[in-house]
Design a protein around this ligand. Structure first.
Ligand SMILES: NC(=O)c1ccc[n+]([C@@H]2O[C@H](COP(=O)([O-])OP(=O)(O)OC[C@H]3O[C@@H](n4cnc5c(N)ncnc54)[C@H](O)[C@@H]3O)[C@@H](O)[C@H]2O)c1
Length: 398
C-alpha cells in the first residue's frame, strides 16, 4: 500500500474540521470520504475537499473504498463505529474518549483482539494528541527511565479548561447524560487522565467529590476533587473544573529519586529535582535531624516539534499502516484508552455514590448508574444562541 485511503466520521464537526485542515501535509494520507449524519453541513465539507459524501457511517466503513477511518463524532457512537471498522478490516483512529464507559471500551478492545486473529496488521489508535506535546514527552521519559524512582505522590490541578455557558448551550449532545455521558471528565480531562496513567500507571482506588452543574446550567459534572491511591501505597490528588479562571495547570510527580514540577501552561520548561541519594534511604540512614537530601535542579526545555499535536498522531498512524507496523509502533494505541476512561468513570462513580471506588471498577455497575442518570433526567438545555465561529485552538489548550 502506498496511500492510505482515509474516511472521516463526523466530518462536518468542529474537531473534524481541525483534522481535515492538516491532512494534505501528511504524505501517504489520501482523503477520499467524508461522512456526517447531518447532510446539509456535510455537503460543503465534501465539496471543499473534493471527497465523496456519505451520510451512513457503516456504509462508508464497509464500502471497500477506505483503508482507515478517523472517528470524530460524539463519544457514545465511537465504539460501534470502531467495531464496524474492525469487522471490515479498516484501521481505526478514534477521537478521545474511546467510549463513554469502561464497559464499552473493554468490549471494543475484545472485538479488536478478535478481528486481529484474521487480520494481524489491523491498527487501533486513539487521538490522545497531548502525548506528542514535548513537555509531556519529557515527563514521560523521566517517569519511564527510572529518574523519578518509585512513585510516592502525584498531584495534578488542571483548572485551565474554562468553558462558558454559551459553550455548553451549543451542540445539543454536549454536557447531558444522554448525549455525552458526563462533563469535564468525559470531554476535557480524557487528555489529562490518559497522561496521568501514561506517566505513573493506574491508581487502584479513587475517592472523589464531584459537583454537577456547580458553575454552569448543566446536568453533568463541572468540578471534581479526587484522592488517588496506587497499588504501591503512593497517593495523589486530581482537581479539575471548567468554571474557574485564571486556569492552573500544575503537575507534581514525587518519587523516591526525583521530583518533577510542571507549572503554567503546556510547552514550558519542566523542572526536575534529581536526588543525590534515594529519599527513603537518606531518611533511614542520615545522622542529621533536620537536613534534607541534596538535589540537583534542572530546567528541561522541551524541543520544538513540527506540526500540531493532532497532526503528529495522525502522521504516526498513517506511517505505521504504510510500514506494516503494529500497535507498539503507535504513539497512542486505542487499547490504552480504557485506562484514563476507567479512572474518570471511577471518579464520577465515587462522587455520585459518595464511596471510595476500586479500579478495575465494577464496569457493569457504572454503566447501570449512567443509564439511571439518563433515564431519570428531566434537564432541559438552555437555548443555544448564535455563538459565532468556534476557535478550536481554545479547545485543545490545557
Ligand atoms: N482531541 C481533541 O483535542 C478533541 C478536541 C475536541 C473534540 N474532540 C472529540 O471529537 C468528537 C467530536 O467533538 P466536536 O467538538 O467536533 O463535536 P461537534 O458537535 O462539533 O461535531 C460532531 C459532528 O458529528 C456529527 N455526528 C453526530 N452523530 C453522528 C453519527 N452517529 N455519525 C456520524 N456523524 C455524526 C454531527 O452532525 C457533527 O457534525 C468528540 O468525541 C470530542 O471528544 C477531541
Amino acid at each position: 500500500m502506498k496511500q492510505v485511503r482515509f474516511g472521516v466520521v463526523g466530518a462536518a464537526g468542529s474537531m473534524a474540521g481541525a483534522h481535515q485542515g492538516y491532512f494534505e501535509k501528511i504524505d501517504g494520507l489520501e482523503y477520499v470520504a467524508a461522512c456526517d449524519i447531518s447532510e446539509d453541513v456535510l455537503k460543503p465539507v465534501a465539496e471543499k475537499y473534493g471527497v465523496k459524501a456519505w451520510t451512513d457511517p457503516e456504509a462508508m466503513i464497509k464500502s471497500g473504498e477506505i483503508d482507515a477511518v478517523l472517528i470524530a463524532c460524539p463519544h457514545y457512537d465511537h465504539p460501534r463505529y470502531c467495531r464496524a471498522a474492525f469487522d471490515a478490516g479498516v484501521h481505526v483512529l478514534c477521537e478521545k474518549p474511546v467510549a463513554v464507559t469502561a464497559l464499552e471500551a473493554a468490549a471494543t478492545d475484545a472485538h479488536y483482539e478478535n478481528a486481529k486473529k484474521t487480520n494481524g496488521n489491523l491498527l487501533y489508535a486513539a487521538m490522545f494528541n497531548q502525548r506528542t506535546n514535548p513537555a509531556w514527552k519529557v515527563i514521560k521519559r523521566l517517569c519511564s527511565d527510572g529518574s523519578v524512582g518509585e512513585l510516592m505522590r502525584v498531584s495534578w490541578t488542571i483548572s485551565s479548561w474554562f468553558r462558558s455557558q454559551t459553550y455548553y448551550n451549543s451542540g445539543g449532545w454536549r454536557a447531558t447524560w444522554a448525549g455525552e455521558g458526563g462533563g469535564v471528565l468525559l470531554n476535557q480531562c480524557p487528555h489529562n487522565l490518559d497522561l496521568l496513567c501514561w506517566f505513573v500507571g493506574s491508581p487502584s482506588r479513587v475517592t472523589a467529590n464531584v459537583s454537577l452543574g456547580k458553575y454552569h446550567d448543566i446536568e453533568v459534572e463541572d468540578d471534581v476533587t479526587a484522592i488517588l491511591e496506587f497499588p504501591n501505597g503512593a497517593t495523589g490528588t486530581f482537581v479539575t473544573t471548567t468554571g474557574q479562571a485564571p486556569g492552573i495547570n500544575r503537575l507534581e510527580i514525587v518519587g523516591t529519586d526525583g521530583t518533577i514540577i510542571s507549572d503554567g501552561h503546556r510547552g514550558e520548561a519542566v523542572t526536575f529535582y534529581r536526588a543525590g541519594q534515594s529519599v527513603p534511604e537518606f531518611c533511614a540512614t542520615t545522622s542529621q535531624r533536620f537536613g534534607e537530601p541534596a538535589f540537583e535542579e534542572s530546567q528541561i526545555k522541551p524541543a520544538k516539534e513540527q506540526g500540531s499535536e493532532h497532526e503528529r498522531i495522525t502522521r504516526n498512524f498513517v506511517e505505521t499502516i504504510l510500514a506494516g507496523g503494529g500497535q507498539d509502533d503507535l504513539i497512542a494505541p486505542g487499547t490504552e484508552g480504557i485506562k484514563g476512561l476507567e479512572l474518570g468513570n471511577a471518579m464520577l462513580m465515587s462522587g455520585l455514590t459518595q464511596t471510595p471506588v476500586d479500579i478495575p471498577t465494577d464496569r457493569q455497575a457504572y454503566a447501570e448508574l449512567l443509564d439511571d442518570l439518563k433515564n431519570k433526567s428531566t434537564f432541559k438545555k438552555p437555548e443555544a444562541k448564535d455563538a459565532g465561529a468556534a476557535d478550536m485552538a481554545g479547545s485543545f489548550s490545557s
